[in-house]
Design a protein around this ligand. Structure first.
Ligand code: SAM
Ligand code: SF4
Length: 327
């Protein structure tokens, strides 16, 4: 059986699965404060259905899975899904993207079920700011969450920081400093102006070159190509001399990386989305629930995967927030 190769010759081995559209945070760049309607429960794929998608994609070349959301850890019994995916022989790597709130309680259970690694969203090291950005006071402490993940044996541990001018850009150096003591990979993400929130405008975007310049001004020249051994994505990594961890930048706004895209996304309601930005979705839930094989639908999606994302050309409006499409 031939693998999944799109019309531009890119091999797809990586599936990001949104297990829920719901979240216990309301990050200013991701969700409106109020009024985001949740999908009805009956529209959401069950864990059995998600595992079925993974089993059907595995012979087509699927090797890596990331669970995301919304906030994946608020869906009950996430470890049950992880164990089901772990049982698929072809899957070499299972990762989780989380806001980290529940990691101190759940990291051990998730690791035991078969989770390999975790990305934690951490936009500030100051508790007042965390509450201002997430607009929920849940006592989140990013360092505590990362330590819990480390204690559970999850590796590598990545911290994702969405940098917003005038909100948290003065903490770039503090986040970079964490990598000296801890073997963590701190990734600075350029804010993407998708959706309707007031923070999503150009003046809040901090280009990655500026982020790296601030870090170099504090710590001197960075060692290049110093990232974690396991990674699937678009981050470029460097290291402060002598540091245990690394620093990465993810640059959707200033440098495109679509040419090496290796991923597709499964939305919580069972649509295969071939690009984070854009409207290219194929419904897998209907054939799945009708007991039909998914391969023809997946191949159709591959044939339609766009060459590059529409973020820079479409900008504000018209695009779904990342909480809805799985980040
Ligand atoms: N709730 C989980 C979390 O926060 O990690 C997983 C889902 S979240 C949508 C996935 C990632 O998308 C997070 O790292 C978040 O910071 C990022 N994200 C959401 N909206 C964004 C935006 N407008 N610009 C840049 N990154 C964004
Ligand atoms: Fe929730 Fe993650 Fe979006 Fe924040 S970024 S609102 S934690 S889904």
């Amino acid at each position: 059986m031939s693998g999944l190769i799109d019309q531009f010759g890119r091999t797809i081995q990586y599936l990001r699965i949104s297990v829920t559209d719901r979240c216990n945070f309301r990050c200013r760049y991701c969700m409106p404060l109020e009024g985001l309607p949740w999908l009805p429960k009956s529209d959401i794929l069950s864990y059995e259905e998600i595992a079925d998608v993974v089993r059907q994609l595995a012979p087509l070349g699927l090797r890596r899975v990331r669970l995301t959301g919304g906030e994946p850890t608020i869906r009950p019994q996430l470890s049950r899904l992880i164990a089901m995916i772990r049982a698929v022989d072809e899957v070499e790597d299972i990762a989780l993207s989380t806001n980290g709130v529940k990691l101190p309680a759940l990291a051990g259970e998730l690791a035991t079920a078969g989770l390999d690694r975790v990305n934690i969203s951490a936009d500030s090291l100051r508790s007042d700011r965390i509450v201002a950005i997430a607009r929920r006071d849940l006592g989140f402490d990013p360092v505590r969450a990362a330590l819990a993940a480390q204690a559970a044996g999850l590796d590598p541990i990545k911290l994702n920081v969405v940098v917003m001018r005038g909100t948290n850009d003065d903490e770039v150096v503090d986040f970079a400093r964490l990598t000296i003591e801890h073997p963590w990979h701190v990734r600075f993400i350029e804010l993407m102006p998708v959706g309707e929130m007031e923070i999503l405008t150009d003046e809040h975007v901090v280009p990655s070159d500026e982020i790296l310049a601030r870090i170099r001004a504090e710590f001197g020249a960075l060692e290049p190509n110093a990232g974690p051994a396991r990674g699937n994505g678009p981050a470029a990594y460097a290291r402060i001399t002598g540091a245990r961890g690394s620093i990465g930048v993810i640059t959707p706004m200033t440098h495109t990386y679509c040419g090496s895209c290796n991923r597709v996304r499964l939305t919580a309601d069972g649509r295969l989305r071939t690009c984070l930005f854009g409207d290219h979705e194929v419904d897998l839930r209907t054939p799945l629930r009708a007991g039909m094989p998914l391969e023809p639908f997946v191949r159709q999606a591959m044939a339609e995967k766009p060459e590059a994302h529409a973020l820079l050309s479409r900008r504000n409006g018209g695009l779904r927030a990342l909480s809805q499409v799985g980040g």
